[in-house]
Design a protein around this ligand. Structure first.
Ligand SMILES: NC(=O)c1ccc[n+]([C@@H]2O[C@H](COP(=O)([O-])OP(=O)(O)OC[C@H]3O[C@@H](n4cnc5c(N)ncnc54)[C@H](O)[C@@H]3O)[C@@H](O)[C@H]2O)c1
Length: 358
């Protein structure tokens, strides 16, 4: 059956990758990318989307009239957001709340009108900072690692599972995503919307316009590529903090599976990430970027921790794997090499986005 799919944030990193890959794999589907082009660099994806016959609508999810332009659709993939964990920390919450919460509810309402299915890109940031800081760690030469001490509920060597506690502060960004999850559950219950929630760890890969406050893997590669400087921020300025990283290709495989097996996963919430397959400390990432680019750059230690930062996050993929069979395939070197190849191929158009100091 031919599908009409609306991807909000369809010119952003996740949205444009999913749109292009869907268009390539299912040429009879009709794909619409709605985006307000707020993220710098999203405009660079427009020509590629057009080449793949993805229809672009310049619209804002905060504005119901913009959403009404779309017409009926079968599935909404929600990838429009202010995705920085630092957003709101300067006291100005309006854009964050109006996009990540109110905008998502506008999208839900629209999906309910058309009885469309809903795939929500949530975040590991729904888990509270206080509990994440209780994870017992030890320090190796290049990274923090899980110690053999007793660990908080919902945490094991595999990482953070869906059983991890949810009480406590998590960042304003994480709060808007969790509130959206709650509304999704209400729409699911009240209006029978078929939906799935994916709580993603760090996602990375080509087409990500990484910046200091969001998209750290691409930022790291870009600074090496264009020989600029970086900082190890917090935790003594040693670069030992660890994140798991999900290749956008692996996320696409998951979304493809979910949209074609919605009855199997309907109403459920999954933690989704690179997990044990792909994770890195900043220091290890530096070594990888040096190896791939051949460049060594100055990295300044900044001792003070950053707002809402945590020393360690790894996704436990057990639930998504046992439910669907999906698991991440890409390793860290593969992710870093794919980003490098993308930068090399598009050096000229990407330079103004990435070639900056700071
Ligand atoms: N990238 C990650 O590491 C990561 C991790 C976990 C979850 N997520 C989630 O995945 C989704 C996609 O993130 P991303 O990395 O592609 O971010 P992105 O910034 O690259 O893309 C978001 C897109 O949404 C657009 N947008 C912002 N506000 C809008 C509005 N009001 N109306 C319409 N469009 C708007 C932006 O212009 C941008 O193109 C987000 O919901 C994010 O919270 C991302």
């Amino acid at each position: 059956m031919a599908k009409r799919i609306l991807i909000t944030g369809g010119c952003g990193f996740v949205g444009s990758n999913i749109a292009i890959k869907l268009a390539e794999k299912y040429p009879d589907y009709s794909i619409i990318a709605l985006d307000n082009l707020k993220r710098r660099g999203s405009e660079l994806n427009l020509s590629n989307l057009a080449k793949h016959k993805v229809v672009f609508i310049h619209g804002d999810i905060r504005n119901k009239e913009d959403l009404q332009q779309v017409g009926a659709f079968d599935l909404l993939i929600d990838a429009a957001a202010e995705p920085s964990v630092l957003s709101g920390s300067n006291g100005s919450m309006d854009y964050l709340i109006n996009t990540n919460l109110v905008g998502t509810i506008n999208c839900l309402q629209l999906a309910a009108e058309y009885s469309a299915e809903f795939i929500f890109l949530s975040t590991s940031r729904v888990y509270p900072i206080g509990h994440l800081n209780k994870i017992q760690l030890l320090q190796n030469e290049n990274r923090f690692e899980v110690s053999s001490d007793p660990q908080p509920n919902g945490f094991s060597w595999e990482g953070v599972s869906e059983e991890f506690p949810l009480e406590g502060a998590r960042s304003a960004y994480g709060a808007t995503k969790l509130m959206s999850e709650l509304m999704l559950q209400e729409y699911h219950n009240l209006f029978d919307i078929k939906m799935v929630i994916n709580r993603c760890g760090v996602i990375s890969g080509p087409l990500q316009m990484g910046k200091v406050d969001q998209g750290v893997i691409v930022l790291w590669m870009a600074r090496h590529f264009w020989k600029k400087q970086l900082s190890y921020i917090g935790y003594g300025g040693l670069g030992k903090q660890v994140r798991d990283v999900l290749h956008i290709n692996d996320l696409f495989e998951l979304i493809d599976l979910q949209m074609h097996n919605m009855d199997q996963i309907n109403g459920q919430t999954f933690n989704v990430g690179g997990g044990r397959k792909a994770n890195t400390s900043l220091k290890e990432l530096t070594l990888l970027c040096q190896e791939v680019t051949g460049n060594k750059i100055p990295i300044k230690p900044v001792l003070e921790n950053r707002y809402a930062d945590v020393p360690y996050y790894l996704t436990d993929n057990t639930k998504i794997k046992s439910t669907t069979g999906w698991q991440p395939k890409s390793s860290m070197p593969r992710i870093v090499e794919d980003i490098f190849e993308w930068m090399k191929k598009n050096e000229k158009i990407l330079k103004p986005i990435f070639d900056i100091n700071g």
